[in-house]
Design a protein around this ligand. Structure first.
Ligand code: NAP
Length: 251
């Protein structure tokens, strides 16, 4: 784990109830930040918060609902009075062959992964301008579109890469940096439906063949890079999508 200094900073992490979001929240807290943990699973958020050192805020919220954005921003600003770091990590992945995809799955995926991320950036614009803060979006190497059976997810992440670059330019004059981390294969619960469908060992072996480093990544390895991008070690970095994938997309 890298060490950064986030003492006195206020951060929001969406999708903080497990996996990569939990790792980012834990690392930000360990480096001194006060973190607002957002996800639907209130019990999990409370259990993680109980482990954190810097008076975390738990905000149960379902980003598939329009009202979640105002609920999150109001709760955060009431408690923190401002914001330095916004980590947009929550996402849904609903793999479906394109010939069978449903409009409902497309809508949910684009809504949660892209639309609500954009709305959260917008809702926190003023406090981020005031703090000359930083946004880190968690996208995916799937944004290249090379995977298959994940059209809506890939499109949402491609859109998020584009949004990252657009916002970086728009808000650079305000001193706000906007970057993304794009994980490759990371060992989290996101893979459980695929493991259940195709067999865990078979999936692990098949996918790892495409990784030059020869292994799956860990949530902490993604969190390291997200924290770097959010930190004062990256003050001249904006508009970047940093792939953290063991070389998988090193084409
Ligand atoms: P995960 O274990 O499935 O975690 C997803 C998180 O998003 C959970 O905390 C979940 O919390 C939250 N979430 C999902 N839907 C939500 C909703 N409607 N409202 C609020 N929160 C919601 O996945 P992960 O692997 O940690 O993924 C984190 C990020 O990394 C995602 O953006 C994902 O696309 C990206 N990524 C992961 C991989 C990988 O291999 N794991 C690869 C590339 C990119 P609740 O269920 O409690 O709401």
């Amino acid at each position: 784990m890298m060490s950064f200094d986030f003492v006195g900073k206020h951060a929001v992490v969406t999708g903080a109830s497990r996996g990569i979001g939990e790792a980012i929240a834990r690392q930000l807290d360990a480096a001194g930040a006060r973190v607002a943990l957002v996800a639907r699973s209130a019990d999990r958020l409370e259990a993680i918060a109980a482990d954190l050192a810097h008076d975390p805020l738990v905000i149960p919220a379902d980003l598939s609902e329009h009202s979640a954005v105002e609920h999150i921003s109001t709760s955060v600003l009431d408690a923190f009075g401002g914001l330095d770091i916004l980590i947009n990590n929550a996402a849904v992945e609903r793999n479906q062959p394109a010939s069978k995809v449903t409009g409902e799955a497309i809508d949910e995926t684009l809504f949660v992964n892209l639309r609500q991320t954009f709305m959260l950036c917008s809702a926190f614009a003023k406090p981020l301008f005031a703090s000359r803060g930083s946004i880190v979006n968690v996208t995916s190497t799937a944004a290249t579109g090379a995977g298959g059976t994940q059209g809506a997810y890939a499109a949402s992440k491609g859109g998020l890469n584009t949004l990252t670059k657009n916002l970086a330019n728009e808000w650079a004059p305000k001193g706000v940096r906007v970057n993304a981390v794009a994980p490759g294969l990371v060992d989290t619960e996101m893979w459980e439906p695929t493991f259940d469908k195709l067999g865990e060992d078979a999936v692990r072996e098949r996918f790892v063949k495409s990784v030059p480093l020869g292994r799956w990544g860990t949530a902490d390895e993604i969190a390291d890079v997200a924290c770097f991008l959010a930190s004062d070690q990256a003050t001249y970095v904006t508009g970047q999508v940093l792939r953290v994938d063991g070389g998988m997309t090193n084409l």
